[in-house]
Design a protein around this ligand. Structure first.
Ligand code: GDP
Ligand code: IMO
Ligand code: MG
Length: 422
């Protein structure tokens, strides 16, 4: 048995989609356990380009089973539109997709609330997909779950109980247009016809796959520093996108995970607001952004760009118990003469080796860097570690030594084939 978890070690967009796609032939079942359509996972090979938001990246591989776990929050309209887009791209979705009855619904009102808040004085830079409100309603025990779509009679009453106070807030606090609950109800009824067939007890299903010896890949969304508990709060998402989320978000035992792979870029990016100690200023940030095509897969927003942050990465490795690293986007550094790596911070003169829990302090940290020489030549066509320029090999070895984890994959381009396996 070898079940594996893939997690982002930074602020998301590390290239998880690409790594899941690479590993896909070895696994039978692909499970998402947290987040929702705030995720955007890209898979590219030959002339094909897929953007996955709610469905696990394994879906594009024929014959693989895909499961959306109970820890997710799902907008049923986005779900159907994603399924239709994928089908139009030739992906077979027929009898191979299962969705937890316990996953929470993202309702249109939640997206409106998310966007209204973002127009206020302290925006977080969310994706506007209603993720925060969906988890808020889950934890206040007034949310609706996918399984509620199965019971037409009680659905309307539940919607009213949940949405009436929200409409009051939208109208009276935000001075915005309420959303008619009856219309929401009838839209949900019609979309639910397309969804009912996918709904299952996903915990029982995953555990039965485990007992039959199927190999399972758990696909993380977002990244460690966006975790609601362990990230740079409040500039985080609203779920546990670190290792614990796998267990609560699926209902499997920790005994059934054999390996945890952390995905990290060879530098750092973050979309949205919040502290970012190693952020690079223009014009170098623009150069890296353009070279790395650092624009959000979900919202198209330009990603902020920074140097690698070893302090944050050590934290992510230890928090998640990372066994192996997949290093992506090495090629984006190809033209740089020097590469900086943050090894510690300074706060009002004092050396700091961990991320403070208050964002106000994190924002003022002064990063201290080690400078490694660049390699100034292209790496995208390289297929073996030994063929990488010596300085690039040194960069990888430096990371392995400092993080104490082997770098097993080095990605040197967006396509499946642009990868070195060690
Ligand atoms: P995810 O959310 O972690 O799956 O990452 P995204 O798909 O949102 O963002 C990663 C972006 O980088 C995508 O556009 C990928 O196609 C691209 N990408 C992945 N690996 C590499 C790489 O090694 N080099 C380059 N240049 N692009 C890459
Ligand atoms: P993947 O899976 C990068 C960020 C948003 C914002 C914060 C809160 O593609 O790596 P939310 O809409 O979740 O309430 O937004 O979290 N964010 C991501 N950033 N990649 C993601 O997912 C993200 N999902 C959420 O930009 O800063
Ligand atoms: Mg992404």
């Amino acid at each position: 048995m070898e079940n594996v978890v893939i997690l982002g070690l930074q602020w998301g967009d590390e290239g998880k989609g690409k790594i899941v796609d690479l590993l896909a032939p070895k696994y039978d079942v692909f499970v998402r356990f947290s987040g929702g359509a705030n995720a955007g996972h890209t898979v590219r090979f030959e002339d094909k380009h897929f953007a996955l938001h709610l469905l696990p990246s394994g879906i594009i591989h024929p014959g693989k089973i895909c499961i959306l776990g109970n820890g997710m929050v799902i907008d049923p309209f986005s779900l159907i539109s994603e399924i239709e887009t994928l089908k139009s791209q030739g992906v077979k979705i027929n009898g191979n997709l299962f969705i937890s009855e316990k996953a929470h619904l993202v309702l249109p009102h939640f997206q409106i609330l998310d966007r209204l808040r973002e127009q206020g004085k302290t925006p977080l830079g969310t994706t506007g997909k209603g993720i925060g409100p969906a988890y808020e309603f889950k934890y206040s025990r007034t949310g609706l779950r996918m399984g509620d779509l199965l019971y037409e009679k009680t659905l309307k009453e539940k919607l009213k109980n949940t949405l009436s106070p929200l409409n009051f807030l939208i109208k009276n606090y935000y001075n915005a247009q309420e959303v008619d609950i009856d219309t929401t109800y009838s839209n949900l009824l019609s979309i639910s016809e397309k969804i009912k067939g996918y709904l299952v007890d996903s915990t029982a299903l995953i555990n039965s796959f485990i007992s039959f010896g199927k190999k399972i890949l758990f696909e993380g969304a977002q990244g460690t520093l966006l975790d609601i508990d362990h990230g740079t709060y409040p500039f985080v998402t609203s779920s546990n996108c670190t290792i614990g989320g796998v267990f609560t978000g699926t209902g499997i035992s920790h005994k059934n995970i054999q390996k945890t792979i952390g995905v990290m870029k060879a530098y750092t990016t973050r979309v949205g607001k919040g502290p970012f100690p190693t952020e690079i200023a223009p014009p170098l940030s623009d150069k890296i952004r353009n070279r790395g095509n650092e624009f959000g897969t979900t919202t198209g927003r330009p990603r902020r760009v920074g140097w690698l942050d070893l302090v944050a990465l050590k934290y992510a490795v230890s928090l998640n118990g990372i066994d192996e690293i997949a290093l992506t986007k090495l090629d984006v550094l190809d033209e740089l003469l020097d590469i900086q790596i943050c090894t510690k911070y300074r706060e009002r003169g004092t050396e700091i080796y961990s991320l403070p829990s208050q964002w106000e302090i994190t924002e003022k940290l002064v990063p201290e860097y080690e400078i490694l020489p660049g390699w100034s030549c292209p790496t995208t066509a390289t297929r073996s570690f030994e063929d990488l320029p010596k300085q690039a090999q040194k960069y990888v070895e430096y990371l392995e030594e400092n993080l104490g984890v082997p770098v097993k994959w080095i990605s040197t381009g967006p396509r499946r084939e642009e990868t070195i396996f060690r």
